[in-house]
Write a protein of this length. Structure first.
Length: 244
């Protein structure tokens, strides 16, 4: 069978074009660093790449979530640490107020410092995050959580909500705690609860009256301290989990 000159020419041209196409594909792979430039290059590999791409996007989102939660928990840990320091100082003042040599004037000076520390605790309880949300308001992040509605009367305007953030395919971590849980629901030693603000108000009023704080007053301050330390430990455990 004789092959015509035109057919031989076409076969040669097709061969050259095919080799040029392969060369272009190789050069493109070298320049882009990608073995698969289009699905037709490797349909099976392209399908795997799509799956890997989605996985990478999810991982990046988890990393962003981890960074956000970590930042919020570090702020909470810092705030709780400052509240704890204030309560330690309040305890020192309460012990000093039990001194039998102290009179009305000395105890009034102690009461003044207790009230200053109480104002500081209230400020920390109303602390805002970098985005303007209140840290301890639960889901009511745009509402000031704590306020003194009358002399010595404190109100919580937030709720008990707790945001759970996805930090892995099967793992969620809370990014904080509600003000109700942290500052209001402190055991009073008798089966009920007393807010840290009421504890400080009672102590200040006792000292202002020239009266020595009682063992019960000190015990309630200790319970508030223990309560705050517990929440700080929880925040630390969450931070450790995020680090892992």
């Amino acid at each position: 069978m004789r092959i015509g000159t035109l057919q031989v020419f076409r076969q040669g041209v097709n061969g050259i074009l095919e080799q040029q196409s392969k060369l272009y594909r190789t050069q493109n792979q070298l320049s882009t660093g990608k073995r698969i430039d289009s699905p037709s290059d490797d349909p099976t590999g392209a399908a795997k790449l799509i799956g890997l791409s989605e996985s990478a996007k999810a991982t990046a989102q988890y990393q962003d979530n981890i960074s956000t939660v970590q930042s919020r928990l570090e702020l909470e840990d810092g705030a709780l640490g400052s509240v704890g320091d204030a309560l330690l100082r309040v305890r020192e003042l309460a012990v000093a107020g039990q001194n039998n040599t102290y009179g009305q004037q000395e105890r009034a000076a102690l009461a003044l410092e207790v009230r200053e520390l109480a104002d500081g605790v209230l400020g920390l309880a109303n602390h805002k995050l970098g985005n303007g949300d209140y840290m301890f308001a639960g889901y009511q992040v745009q509402t000031t959580p704590f306020s003194e509605t009358a002399p010595g009367v404190f109100n919580y305007a937030g709720d008990q909500g707790q945001r759970l953030i996805q930090v892995g395919s099967a793992r969620q971590i809370a990014d904080g705690d509600s003000g109700q849980a942290v500052f209001m629901d402190i055991p009073d030693g008798g089966g009920g609860f007393e807010s840290v603000f009421d504890t400080l108000e009672t102590l200040a009023a006792t000292l202002e009256a020239g009266t020595a704080p009682t063992a019960a007053d000190l015990a309630q301050v200790d319970r508030a301290l223990e309560h705050l330390v517990g929440f700080r430990a929880v925040a630390g455990a969450r931070l450790n989990a995020l680090e892992s």
